[in-house]
Design a protein around this ligand. Structure first.
Ligand code: NAD
Ligand code: TYD
Length: 341
């Protein structure tokens, strides 16, 4: 029985994790603590609030706000923090890195301080394969050096190093998981799979960066959530665990799966100017987590197909986002010139 504070729980992976945990552990209590940035949405948790009312609470707050973090931990008698809160989109980190450093590095520090002050039982940091940097050959293992190459991945690496520093310096009971690219329900349509699926549904072009030969390990979000659950229950304190399928697709292969699932033509693919500093490949060795009994349940292809079907069946969720001023302005900045060329 646990009392968790899930920071960033109104975002994509966080909301899937909260639903998964409340379903699986009938005695757990979860308070979601989330700033509700453009990526955090209460709609993602609508059914959770209805189904698990007495075991679930929501607090709007910034992880950089130490007073509010501490007050929330005390009010709900929390014993475990699982930190998903972050600025997460590489392209946005290239437009405006400041908020990434603020939330992903400073915010992590605030949560660690609170963990130390209140003597919590566990702090889990949700991190990413991107902290290893691009891996042209072989697979990243947890002891590899960190060589992040974008403001996003550099900020996440800073967060990871701070978590490890608090473990070394004060014995904080921490764990870290590093996940590969997630796909699934409620992912904001700036990330490639939901962007391409929703564009294709509307017969709009799919802006594929560069040659489309970059490789990513696309995992289903609930496989990732299950991995985090295994780390929380069976992981060793002070340890890092990679989570992914252990295989990969090129972006062009991923795009073809999206189009095939929707029955749309490949003529929608438009090669556009590449992302600056675009990492060519990420690849994880996931044997350390497998040794704890975890197994990925979907291949990259199955994960993408299932995700695309969800977007086709849940226009209520993404249409209001894509037609909003905020999104349209982002799309114009990010793709206007690229698609016009
Ligand atoms: P997301 O962008 O969908 O959600 C992020 C959430 O954090 C939002 O609800 C947002 O409101 C909240 N948030 C942002 N800044 C905050 C702040 N200062 N205080 C409180 N809340 C704040 O992100 P996601 O894709 O669900 O990713 C969740 C975590 O998993 C991140 O830490 C990310 O680095 C990591 N991760 C993501 C992927 C992926 O493929 N999406 C892969 C591996 C790891
Ligand atoms: P993304 O979903 O942004 O995740 P990440 O950069 O964190 O891996 O992008 C996944 C891959 O898709 C990445 O190689 C960049 C590429 N991509 C495009 O080709 N076009 C796009 O419009 C976007 C958003 C991404």
């Amino acid at each position: 029985m646990r009392r968790l504070m899930v920071t960033g729980g109104a975002g994509f992976i966080g909301s899937n994790f909260v639903r998964y945990m409340l379903e699986k552990y009938p005695d757990d209590f979860i308070v979601v603590y989330d700033k509700l940035t453009y990526a955090g949405r209460l709609e993602n948790l609508q059914d959770v609030a209805e189904r698990f009312g007495d075991r679930y609470a929501f607090v709007r707050g910034d992880i950089c706000d130490a007073e509010r973090v501490e007050a929330t931990l005390r009010r709900f008698d929390v014993d475990t923090i699982v930190n998903f809160a972050a600025e997460t989109h590489v392209d946005r980190s290239l437009m405006e890195p400041g908020s990434f450093i603020q939330t992903d590095v400073y915010g992590t520090y605030v949560l660690l301080e609170a963990t130390k002050k209140l003597g919590l039982e566990r702090y889990h940091q949700v991190s990413t394969d991107e902290v290893y940097g691009q891996v042209l050959e072989g697979r990243s293992v947890e002891s590899d050096p960190l060589q992040p190459r974008s403001p996003y991945s550099a900020s996440k690496a800073g967060g990871d190093l701070m978590v490890l520093a608090y473990h070394e310096s004060w014995g904080l009971p921490v764990t870290i998981s590093r996940g590969s690219n997630n796909v699934g329900p409620y992912q904001y349509p700036e990330k490639v799979v939901p962007l391409f699926a929703t564009n294709a549904i509307d017969d709009l072009p799919l802006p594929l960066y560069g040659d489309g030969m970059q490789k990513r390990d696309y995992q289903y979000v609930l496989d990732h959530c299950e991995g985090i659950d295994v780390v929380l229950h069976r992981g060793e304190i002070g340890e890092i665990y990679n989570i992914g399928t252990g295989s990969e697709l090129t972006n062009l292969e991923m795009t073809r799966i999206v189009l095939r699932t929707l029955g749309k033509p490949e003529s929608l693919i438009k090669h556009v100017e590449d992302r600056p500093g675009h990492d060519r490949r990420y690849a994880l060795d996931v044997s350390k987590l497998k040794a704890l009994g975890w197994e990925s349940r979907h291949t990259c292809e199955e994960a993408i197909e299932k995700t695309v079907r969800w977007y086709a069946e849940n226009e209520w969720w993404w249409r209001p986002i894509k037609s909003g001023d905020l999104y349209r302005e982002y799309y114009r900045q990010q793709y206007g010139k690229r698609l016009a060329e």
